[in-house]
Write a protein that binds this ligand. Structure first.
Ligand SMILES: Nc1ncnc2c1ncn2[C@@H]1O[C@H](COP(=O)(O)OP(=O)(O)OP(=O)(O)O)[C@@H](O)[C@H]1O
Length: 313
């Protein structure tokens, strides 16, 4: 296994996540997820050797992290932080070239082979038309690609990305996630990335690492999801306390949408009312009221009439 984590506890003065036992292999894509502030970045920093472990051992390519110096770690792991500073006046080529300086002193001039490799990376990322563009002039998607390019120039077998899709629209998210998956599969890289977009991200990851209740749940993506149904169950959020939902007899999705619509539009107790989904209409029932509605607006109107009548009685 390329990355092995054994009985690790991470944190600062106090433990943040305990019982971390997991391993990842080259060629795999792993999604790291968990609520805000739960310890994802801390875990990434611990794998990079920037945060001291409170307990346990992490090894990279068979060597204990504690025995590797920062250059040796950089030759194994490249990191892409989402909140990375954009160097002023840098072009795409400048940024990607920076990846090479992990291996050289800053005054070193890149040789022919390096330059050829950088051109190939730019080509592979479809950034050729932007290679001399300033970073500040790039779209968010292309900027993210350029940062990924820098990590590729580093030539490390393991790439970690902290929320690589955060500022991206759906199309660019898909593009970046497909790119990461292709890199893992065609170049045998190990890719670990954190994301809150787990519904989208799971399609692209082989494994999931999920920090929950101060522990790390890890495994094959589909197995982790199957054994934790809360991950896929639609979450009905009750934010309107005066509202009590009617009985809703409908498939999951229709039920969730109906709940959400009613909660936004009513602040009453509707528990005596029953709504039944009938494919092309909704049946609305209460003690002495019956109606058929074909869409949400009709339901709203019908409920308003019903509430008015019962208030005036
Ligand atoms: N240097 C530090 N010293 C002490 N506590 C810290 C330090 N850095 C972060 N923390 C705390 O550790 C906890 C986890 O932070 P971390 O950044 O790892 O979470 P995260 O899961 O990456 O969050 P997010 O999704 O919001 O980025 C937070 O409560 C944070 O305040």
């Amino acid at each position: 296994m390329f990355l092995e984590i054994k009985e690790v506890i991470i944190g600062y003065t106090n433990p943040l996540v305990s019982e971390i036992d997991s391993s990842l292999e080259l060629g795999e894509v792993c999604l790291l997820m968990g609520n805000n502030g739960i310890g994802k970045t801390t875990l990434i920093k611990s794998i990079l050797g920037q945060n001291k472990l409170l307990k346990g051992e992490i090894s990279i390519n068979g060597k204990s992290l504690q025995k590797l110096n920062s250059n040796e770690i950089a030759s194994q792991i490249a990191i892409v932080f989402s909140k990375a500073e954009i160097p002023d006046n840098y072009t795409v080529t400048d940024l990607i070239s920076l990846g090479k300086y992990i291996h050289y002193p800053y005054y070193f001039k890149l040789n022919k082979t390096d330059k050829k490799e950088i051109a190939e990376i730019i080509n592979k990322l479809n950034l050729s038309e932007y290679q001399y563009k300033k970073l500040s002039e790039l779209s968010d998607g292309n900027l993210q690609k350029a940062f990924i390019g820098r990590s590729l120039a580093q030539n490390s077998p393991f790439i970690i990305l902290d929320e690589p899709t955060t500022h991206l629209d759906e199309e660019n998210k898909l593009m970046i996630l497909s790119l990461l998956r292709n890199l893992a599969k065609s170049e045998n890289k190990l890719i670990l990335f954190s994301s809150h977009d787990w519904r989208l991200a799971k399609e692209f990851s082989d494994k999931i690492w999920w920090i929950k209740d101060k522990k790390l749940i890890s495994g094959i993506s589909e197995e982790v999801i199957l054994s934790n149904p809360e991950l896929i169950a639609p979450k009905i959020l009750q934010f309107n306390e005066a509202f009590h939902a009617p009985q809703i007899d409908a498939p999951k999705l229709e039920k969730e949408m109906m709940f959400s619509y009613l909660q936004k539009n009513f602040s009453q107790d509707l528990r005596k009312i029953k709504l039944i989904f009938k494919n092309d209409f909704w049946e609305l029932n209460s003690e002495d009221f019956y109606d058929n509605c074909h869409n949400l607006s009709e339901i709203k109107q019908s409920l308003q009439t019903l509430i008015k009548t019962s208030n005036s009685n």
